[in-house]
Design a protein around this ligand. Structure first.
Ligand SMILES: Nc1ncnc2c1ncn2[C@@H]1O[C@H](COP(=O)(O)OP(=O)(O)OP(=O)(O)O)[C@@H](O)[C@H]1O
Ligand SMILES: [Mg+2]
Length: 429
């Protein structure tokens, strides 16, 4: 799904281009050579964020190469929804970022400005930044993230991985809309009751008319006509007010608009219920597939220790040893955690690929040091498991594992040179 990355003054990279092909790519190199930086550049290009494990998230300025004024990242990617190629270009300046999004071969961007580009990319890639960091990009030291969370957050993350977070967000927005409409209805209701009470305090048309007739008669006979004229004028003003109040009460805002607002509010409430139901239906459809896939992957790696992996309806994950004893995830070893997580992520990807009701998954998995903590036997398994990932078009693995070099289809190797440690990049097929 990614095809080319170009970095200018981005962290250690002064001017570097990477060609990224389908299949598996291993990125290798010593500590601090810029491996994770490449992944951060990809995340920033797509989602304008850089997430790190339990570390302070860097300020965007920190991504600009020391001593330089700005950084530029360009990423070419194929959108899963229409298989067309796009180029996103983001520049980072102290305190601000800019972005342009181009269709392949077009010179003029079709979207400009960070927020607009974020929105377009979310549509093209079919997921938001949260889903990307939950499903696609496994950060250094975070492969066991799914095991460490409570079932409730795990469920939330898996929802996000399945692209269902979007419905929740829309449902939240609808809720806000409903609240706004209620405010408007309330304010119209208030005005109406205020007008009603004014009307009740005013004399009726008949009372005013009678009084005016009486005054006219009096005027003909009375000597103190001046006072009577004043009363007559006041009564005429009261009559005008009474007409105005009645007109306002009869106005379209008080009747038609109120009806319309109530109708919109009912529709919005209905929409909200539907939006809340979609994720549950979609998830219920995917759940059995996720369970089967995760179980198959896990037992194929840990068949010598475990007989089963069960995911229950609340997303509590349990392992069963060879004697059939239940082992909770919290009791599992670090290496086992790694495999459960790998199995879950791949299972979600595979299930989405085969049975998604909401569009294809991104077809990309990025793993930063997934092998940390694995014993020799499992280390041998990981490269072949990655190489065998049929459901994922593109896998990018940052690794120090020698085994991975041999099993990946392509290797990008970084070798720091000289004082400024500018990496020499070699791409080996
Ligand atoms: N703004 C910057 N300008 C230049 N160099 C930077 C900047 N920010 C960080 N660096 C350097 O970039 C390197 C970070 O590299 P990165 O995290 O990509 O390494 P890595 O290859 O993933 O290493 P490891 O194997 O230890 O995870 C560090 O050496 C750091 O000092
Ligand atoms: Mg790193």
């Amino acid at each position: 799904m990614l095809s080319k990355l170009r970095l200018l003054d981005f962290k250690v990279f002064t001017d570097q281009e990477f060609i990224i092909k389908p299949g598996s790519t291993a990125i290798v190199g010593p500590n601090g050579s810029g491996k994770t930086s490449i992944l951060e550049a990809i995340e920033f290009a797509l989602f304008r964020q850089v997430t790190r494990k339990e570390k302070k998230i860097p300020k965007v300025e920190d991504l600009i190469q020391h001593g330089k004024k700005r950084a530029i990242i360009e990423l070419d990617f194929k959108a899963p929804i229409n298989r067309r190629t796009y180029r996103v270009r983001r520049s980072i300046h102290p305190g601000e970022t800019n972005a342009d999004l181009f269709e392949e071969a077009e010179k003029e961007p079709f979207a400009s400005g960070a927020t607009k580009v974020d929105e377009e990319i979310r549509k093209l890639v079919g997921m938001d930044r949260h889903a990307f960091s939950a499903l696609t990009y496994v950060r250094q030291g975070e492969i066991d993230r799914l095991s460490r969370m409570t079932p409730k957050t795990r469920r939330g993350d898996l929802y996000s991985m399945m692209g269902l977070g979007l419905y929740e967000k829309t449902s939240d927005r609808t809720q806000k809309e409903i609240r706004e409409i209620k405010k408007q209805i309330d304010s119209i209701d208030q005005t109406r009751s205020r007008l009603d009470s004014i009307k009740n305090h005013l004399p009726s048309h008949k009372e005013i008319a009678d009084a005016l007739i009486a005054i006219e008669k009096l005027l003909k006979v009375s000597e103190q006509s001046k006072d009577l004229t004043i009363i007559q004028e006041v009564l005429q003003k009261v009559e005008t007010s009474l007409f105005e109040v009645q007109n306002q009460l009869d106005s379209p805002e008080m009747t038609l608009e109120l009806d319309e607002l109530k109708r919109v509010s009912d529709t919005a409430k209905y929409l909200k219920t539907v939006l809340e139901t979609i994720p549950d239906i979609a998830e219920a459809q995917l759940r059995p597939h996720i369970r089967t896939e995760a179980r198959e992957i896990f037992t194929s790696i840990f068949g010598d220790r475990y007989s089963d992996l069960i995911i229950d309806d609340d997303y509590e994950v349990s392992l069963y040893d060879l004697r059939g004893n239940r082992v909770s995830l919290s009791a599992a070893s670090g290496g086992e955690d790694v495999c459960v997580n790998f199995a879950l992520r791949v299972a979600v990807n595979t299930a989405l690929q085969k049975h998604s009701v909401i569009g294809p998954p991104p077809g990309l998995i990025i793993l930063d040091e997934p092998g940390a903590g694995l014993d020799t036997q499992r280390r041998m398994w990981l490269p072949s498991a990655i190489a065998g990932l049929k459901s994922v078009e593109q896998v990018i693995v940052v690794t120090h594992m020698e085994e991975m070099r041999d099993s990946a289809e392509r290797v990008i190797s970084l070798t720091p040179q000289g004082k400024d440690r500018q990496p020499l990049v070699a791409e080996i097929e």
